[in-house]
Structure formats: C-alpha cells, structure tokens
Ligand binder design. Structure first.
Ligand code: MG
Ligand code: ZN
Length: 233
C-alpha cells in the first residue's frame, strides 16, 4: 500500500512538473535545480554566482528550506529577486515538489529573468526523485563530506547533469581523496561534467559559469527557432 501511495504522489508531481516546464519555456526562463546535502555550501555558491552573473544575466532565485528565511536574506543582498519556500507549511517536506515551486514561481516576474536557480532543500535522497520542471540538475559535493557519497546516494548522481566539487580551498587541510571522489562520481554517471570549485575563493568559477551560460544560450536559441515538428500528439 505504501508503495502505491508514493507512486501516486510521484505521478501527480510529474504532471505538475510538465506544467512548470511549459511555463518556464513560454517565459524563456532557463531553470537550474541545485541539490546537495546540508552544509555543502550551496547558498554561498549562489551568492558568489549571482555576484558574477548580475546584471549581465538576469537571474532569479527560489530557495527551499524547511524553516527560516536566512538563505533568502543572504541571497537578496545580490539584488536578485528571491522567493523563499518554507516547506514547513507543506508538511515539512525534505525536498521541493513541483507544485511548491509553481507557487513560488508565481511570486517572480518570470518575464524579467533569463535564468532561475532553485536551491533545493539540503538532502541527497528525495530531491532526486522529484522533477520540478527544471532544465538542468546540478549536485554539489563538498570535500568536507565523504568520498563515497556518490556510491551511497547513487540516484542523485545519476539524475544530475553536472556536479560541483566545492570547498577545494580546504583540500590541503583534509584527508579527502579527490581523485577517489571523482572516480566514485564517474562510476555512477560516467560522462558527468565535474567542476572543481571553491565558493569561498571563487577558484574554478570561470569554467563552470561559462558552461552554465552556454546551456542558457542553447535554450534561448531553441526557443527562438522552434522545430517544425507539427507538435502532433
Ligand atoms: Mg542553503
Ligand atoms: Zn523529501
């Protein structure tokens, strides 16, 4: 019975995610779902990312936490429009579901942004199961975590389109085996682009932001030149 209930929840979520994806496409917004365990440095990463993208790439943020608006306060200092989701009001979910993202997106002027970054609730498990209508999924693994996280949470690393290995400035102080961590990611998802970065020092930001902006441009071009497929269903 339990399994049936979960399947139904996911099926409803899939429908809502498809509607989100259509809305974002209509508004010309490229969406990035950023996931990780708690404390991997997502919020600082976004603060520094916004500092580099704005105002050149108009970017909005949806940030999910179970409680508090701390992250939204930090991110809003960049000048980007920010909406905080507290899942406490939705039963304290440890992930963002598509309908919750939809509600938050309605508080943003989507016509005014090209990129929407969604900072998911810190959790390597169920966020991987919930499509929220995003274009791109990224996972942040910090070098203060175990090298075997990709092996322990394979679904997350399987569904993502890129990985950020964060806090590399701390490597000299840690026993962390970076090559083993990268090999573990590749064991789960062989072709996954992996960027080594430090949100603290902004080392490695140029290559990953260039890669991200290329994805945004690709989507904008696809939107401008829709394929003549007849769209028959
Ligand atoms: Mg955060
Ligand atoms: Zn959850």
């Amino acid at each position: 019975m339990e399994i049936k209930v979960v399947r139904k929840v996911l099926a409803v979520n899939e429908q809502m995610a498809a509607q989100n994806r259509q809305l974002f496409a209509e508004k010309g917004v490229f969406t990035l779902n950023l996931m990780s365990s708690p404390g991997s440095g997502k919020t600082m990463l976004l603060e520094k990312t916004l500092g580099r993208l704005l105002p050149r790439v108009p970017t909005g943020v949806i940030v999910g936490d179970i409680c508090t608006t701390n992250d939204a306060v930090r991110l809003a200092r960049s000048g980007a429009p920010v909406v905080q989701i507290n899942t406490d009001a939705f039963g304290g979910d440890c992930h963002l579901a598509a309908h919750v993202v939809r509600e938050a997106a309605e508080d943003l002027d989507l016509a005014a942004i090209d990129l929407l970054i969604i900072e998911n609730v810190g959790n390597l498990v169920c966020p991987a199961e919930f499509d929220i209508g995003e274009d791109l999924r990224g996972v942040v693994l910090s070098v203060t975590e175990g090298e075997d996280k990709p092996l322990k949470y394979p679904l997350m690393f399987r569904v993502c389109n890129f990985a950020l290995l964060n806090k590399i400035d701390l490597l000299p102080h840690l026993q962390f085996d970076k090559e083993r961590a990268i090999a573990n990611i590749r064991a789960i998802n062989p072709g996954l682009p992996i960027f080594e970065i430090s949100a603290q020092t902004e080392e490695g930001f140029a290559p990953w932001l260039a890669w991200l902006e290329e994805r945004v441009r690709e989507k904008q071009q696809t939107n401008r030149q829709p394929e003549e497929t007849g769209n028959g269903r």
